[in-house]
Design a protein around this ligand. Structure first.
Ligand code: BG6
Length: 491
């Protein structure tokens, strides 16, 4: 593994799609601007679009330049010069397209070659087969698979087998962009580079953990994807479970490609299954209806503008999910992990809240337990709430006060986007922040019974108004044990 990227060919399947235009190309531009792409590195977008290189560069210039933003036109032009486009209709019997790509890649077999599949999971197997048939898979090739990997355990196993028939596991990079976020990596540093937390990071001291990823955005124009995904597949199976793993994992012996993933998979395998009748007790699903978000009236999920009309799947899909999870091991026995995520919530907020137990014996009235809040976005930072005495004579009055670390204030400079970090890791051959096959499968193994139960019930999710804190039942989920969700602005 080398830190300086070697000349590489990055082939993005779905290269003109939303992910490519919004995330991958801006990330590559930033890497280029910072001198982290070798001069010879090429980015080859594959799509059915029928574009030539000039068309594609024009499209990127028109759609990406404004969002980056570009401060130096020469660097931007150099970046555009790296871009190419090949029209390939996968599954459409398009030998000419593959031959064109083979022509471009011919003679560069020694280079690192990365196939980035920014496409639906059912295309992963066929893509790999066709790339192999066209003779494009070299020993120095890697393949990046976007989430979600499948829609249940059976499809994930099939996809992993299909991709695994062409690429070795060391060549497969399953991306979860949450693992590339600065604050998520900071969680590992906080836990394993500071001595004071680890002794109290267990069920003796911690009452419960909350992991929230709340978004204010809805799903306009995404019905085709979202109707068949829903919050559980789109967010919980990957992003939230990965966060849970990082909170709950044992200290790895090394910071290397396998040690961290070995510990994460043990957490997933320790999750107590939520099955059958328990699903209703331990999970909540909701779907947003019309409401007010950011001072603007927005439609409900079913009325979001889209090219297709809502179907019965649209009525049944959840845009909010909450789950009470438990990690069945010595460290975490009896500590609930509450997970929740939703679209069109009142605030955009991703955070992990570690709620400590109260003091064993309180000599002051009004003390409340300590709480550690790891804010992933926005306003990334760490806050520890401790009890302090309010100044004044007379009775001792207590007040929870925050010890705060704001990353923006403490560390100057641009914080790289998650995709930038992860793309650089792929180009330098470092898979540590990517999901291994066993991790993905273990996550599906836990999610599947919940999906099955929801499906078999055939009922619709509980409505919640856009701009709210989610369905009422989500509050009951934590309220049953006398707990409450941590809300924006709460000490
Ligand atoms: C994606 C989901 O993986 O993550 C989207 O498919 C979601 O539905 C997005 O909006 C959230 O990512 P971030 O980085 O904005 O929190």
């Amino acid at each position: 593994m080398s830190e300086t990227p070697q000349p590489a060919d990055l082939i993005v399947f779905g290269g003109t799609g939303d992910l490519s235009m919004r995330k991958l190309l801006p990330a590559l531009y930033h890497a280029d601007r910072d001198g982290r792409l070798a001069p010879e590195t090429r980015v080859i977008a594959m799509s059915r679009g029928g574009l030539d290189d000039a068309d594609f560069r024009g499209k990127v210039d028109a759609e990406v330049r404004g969002s980056v933003p570009v401060d130096d036109l020469d660097t931007w032009q150099r970046f555009l010069g790296r871009l190419h486009h090949v029209t390939v209709d996968i599954g459409g019997e398009d030998p000419a397209g593959w031959a064109r790509l083979a022509g471009m890649l011919g003679g560069y077999e020694q280079r690192d070659r990365v196939f980035y599949l920014a496409s639906p999971p059912m295309t992963f197997g066929p893509f790999c087969r066709e790339a192999h048939r066209a003779g494009l898979v070299t020993p120095a090739s890697r393949v990046v698979l976007e989430k979600p990997l499948g829609r249940d355990l059976a499809s994930a196993l099939r996809i992993n087998d299909e991709v695994g028939a062409i690429f070795e596991e060391r060549q497969i990079y399953r991306i979860d962009h949450y693992l590339g976020k600065e604050t998520v990596q900071n969680l590992l540093v906080l836990r394993f580079a500071n001595a004071f937390l680890e002794p109290i990071w267990n069920s003796l001291w911690i009452d419960h953990v909350q992991i929230t990823v709340a978004e204010t955005v809805g799903t306009p124009g995404r019905r085709g994807y979202y109707d068949h995904a829903g919050a559980l597949r789109d967010m919980v199976q990957n992003h939230l479970l990965q966060l849970l793993c990082l909170v709950a994992m044992e200290p790895p012996s090394r910071n290397d490609r396998e040690s961290i993933r070995d510990e994460k998979v043990k957490v997933l395998q320790s999750l107590r299954p939520v099955t059958g009748g328990e699903v209703d007790r331990f999970t909540v699903r909701g779907q947003y209806t019309a409401g007010e978000s950011g001072g603007v009236r927005v439609p409900g999920y079913l009325d979001e503008p889209d090219s297709t009309a809502p179907t019965e799947d649209s009525h049944r899909v959840e845009t909010f999910a909450a789950i009470r999870a438990e990690v069945k091991n010595w460290r975490w026995a009896g500590v609930p992990f509450y997970l929740r995520t939703g679209k069109r919530m009142s605030h955009r907020c991703s955070e992990i809240v570690v709620q400590f137990k109260d003091v064993p014996h309180s000599i002051f009235p009004g003390s409340t337990p300590n709480r550690l809040v790891l804010r992933l976005q926005p306003s990334e930072g760490i806050q520890l709430n401790i009890m302090a005495k309010e100044p004044g004579a007379g009775e001792v009055a207590l007040k929870p006060v925050p010890l705060s670390l704001s990353f923006a204030e403490t560390f100057a400079g641009r914080v790289p986007e998650a995709y930038e970090r992860l793309l650089m890791d792929v180009l330098t051959g470092n898979p540590t922040l990517f999901m291994r096959r066993d991790e993905v499968e273990a996550a599906w193994r836990w999610i599947d019974p919940i999906l099955d139960e929801w499906d078999s019930q055939g009922t619709r999710p509980e409505p919640y108004p856009a701009g709210s804190a989610g369905p009422a039942t989500a509050h009951e989920l934590v309220g049953r044990s006398g707990r409450v969700w941590h809300e924006e602005g709460q000490a």
